[in-house]
Design a protein around this ligand. Structure first.
Ligand code: NAP
Length: 282
């Protein structure tokens, strides 16, 4: 079976490539924007250079591919959607037999979160393309949220506009395992919620970090306007300021407060807890 994986030099795609490369029954094509040095990839892995903005390169990369593991693009939402449309069109044109696509637990055009909207529209795009699909709807990555925790470790305060919103943080390694499991199976035609083993509010998340790091970390709920003003003052790019502010608006709506056993069903393993990931990463 020939399986292509996009975002192959990225955190998630790279893990999927390594998991699939361990299987004797899979030929892996690592799709990436720049050719990596040979030693960066496991042996036997082919490389196909293709930017999501380049429909012709995407079609060339997908020739003869049975299954595509599609890791979503990043950056401004309209561009992300254009990239995803190019990938769906190329997969359909090359008659790819199965797309196992990354999506998010909040995949809803009615969500305030910018990527909940793009992810829902992307699922709709793939379904409309006629290519058989499976969707891994991931919760927020623990490693992604850890960036805010690391800042809080320095100050003792986790200041975010999340109110009492709860999040079922999931390890990125687990999302990779779920995508790899979907890729070697038959298309399911539906979504699978890939979540951590528990959901916690930010006070709970802060107290786990404090316990693991043996240092005080306390959650302080701040108004959304204060978050925007403080974050803008750091010079953050306006798109990312908007993306993060809209993310916390979706957290306040409890859109990430979901714990499901889909990961265990797909992989036969238990998902890693926040405590495990923080302890392993220091
Ligand atoms: N659930 C969450 O908490 C969360 C948080 C952040 C992001 N995300 C989503 O999850 C995805 C994977 O996360 P990650 O941690 O692996 O991010 P990452 O390390 O930044 O990897 C994303 C990869 O996407 C590929 N990509 C981006 N723009 C592209 C383009 N124009 N054409 C082709 N490929 C492009 C790149 O692959 P190459 O380097 O190989 O070219 C990039 O390395 C992100 O792209 C984003 O959509 C989810």
């Amino acid at each position: 079976m020939r399986i292509a994986v996009t975002g192959a030099a990225g955190g998630l795609g790279g893990r999927v490539v390594r998991l699939l490369a361990d299987r004797a029954d899979v030929d892996v094509v690592a799709m990436t924007r720049r050719k990596p040095p040979a030693e960066a990839l496991p042996p036997r892995v082919e490389v196909a250079v293709a930017d999501y903005a380049d429909p012709a390169a995407l079609r060339t990369a997908l020739k003869g591919v049975d299954t595509l593991v599609f890791v979503s693009s990043d950056g401004p939402g309209a561009r992300v959607l254009l990239h995803h449309r190019n990938v769906a069109a190329a997969a359909a044109a090359e008659r790819v037999g199965h797309v196992a696509a990354l999506s998010s637990v909040d995949a809803d055009a009615a969500s305030p979160f910018c990527y909940a909207v793009t992810n829902r529209l992307t699922e709709d795009l793939f379904l409309a393309s006629g290519v058989p699909c499976s969707f891994a709807r991931a919760s927020l990555y623990t490693e992604f949220f850890r960036a805010w925790l690391i800042k809080a470790r320095a100050t003792g305060l986790l200041r975010l506009p999340a109110a009492d919103g709860r999040i079922s943080l999931v390890a990125r390694d687990d999302v990779a395992r779920a995508l790899a499991a979907l890729a070697v199976g038959e298309p399911t035609g539906r979504h699978h919620d890939i979540t951590g083993p528990e959901s916690a509010d930010l006070a709970g998340i802060a107290s786990i970090a404090a316990e693991v790091w043996k240092t005080p970390v306390a959650y302080v709920d701040i108004p959304a306007d204060t978050y925007c003003a403080e974050t803008a003052a750091t010079g953050m790019d306006p798109w990312w300021l908007y993306a993060f502010a809209s993310l916390f608006a979706s957290v306040r709506e409890q859109r990430w407060d979901r714990v499901r056993d889909d990961y265990a069903r797909l992989t036969g393993r238990s998902p890693l807890a926040l405590r495990d990931v923080l302890a392993a990463q220091g």
